[in-house]
Design a protein around this ligand. Sequence first.
Ligand code: NAD
Length: 272
Amino acid sequence: MDIEKELKDKVVVITGGGGILCSEMAKAFAKYKSKVAVLDLYKEKTEKVVEEIKNNGGQAIGIGANVLDKESLEKAKEIILDTFGTVDILINGAGGNHESATTSSEKTFFDLNIDDISKVFNLNFLGTVLPSQIFGKIMAEKKKGIIINISSMAAIRPLTRTIAYSAAKAAVSNFTQWLAVYMNQEYSPHIRVNAIAPGFIITDQNRYLLIDKETGDLTQRGRNVINATPMGRFGMPSDLIGIVLFLCSESASFINGAIIPVDGAFSAYSGV
Ligand code: NAD
């Protein structure tokens, strides 16, 4: 696997690229001399990532873009095509859960506001579908490309409390398989669509569930996660890099429509 040669000059679009996991991916691609477009709802979050990439001699642009807004993505596409000329790889990273769509001792399933459920569902599911339409079209036209979606352990078996997030990530896994087949049948055998399903990595979207705000200790849920993870730890953002780069390499040329757990064996463990 000559990853250096294979990733050099590839144009990589990363949504949610200002976030904890995807900024790490953006920096990894830049290290291998890819041209990286870092997209995030908050432009200021992209600027930090781009600055770091440039300081290390890499190429990147930061664009404020909303994955739920077609016009905003079309504008981003224009900027990317003007700057880098094409799109080779799309990482659909924008997503996450929100407290408002999570049950608790104070908020039962019956109290949940349907708009809050929609927001989380749409961000994770439609926020993956829409960028795949906008940037995937370039791949369909040139009959070549790679899309990586971010699913979750919540897709395999729903996690307690996170109703909308679990449903949305199950939909992301399903969509990954659907789009892989569609792209091959309708456009080209050289377009691959896969997903990674990370285990638990502490970031802004799940900290409130896993760490006690007051004490900084693990919550009961945090302890449950560790106990259900045979490797006995949370993941780190860097744990995702190997698989993402591999899926974008020629070595993965027959891997398509796969959802790959990166979870310290959480999904393999029955609890017994
Ligand atoms: P994060 O909150 O650090 O990153 C998400 C980024 O998406 C943020 O920078 C946010 O500004 C951006 N974003 C939010 N709404 C957006 C929108 N409408 N348009 C564009 N950008 C938007 O969270 P993270 O943990 O780095 O999450 C990255 C992905 O990984 C998400 O899809 C998440 O669901 C998934 N994931 C995370 C874990 C985990 O344990 N952290 C596990 C499995 C899957």
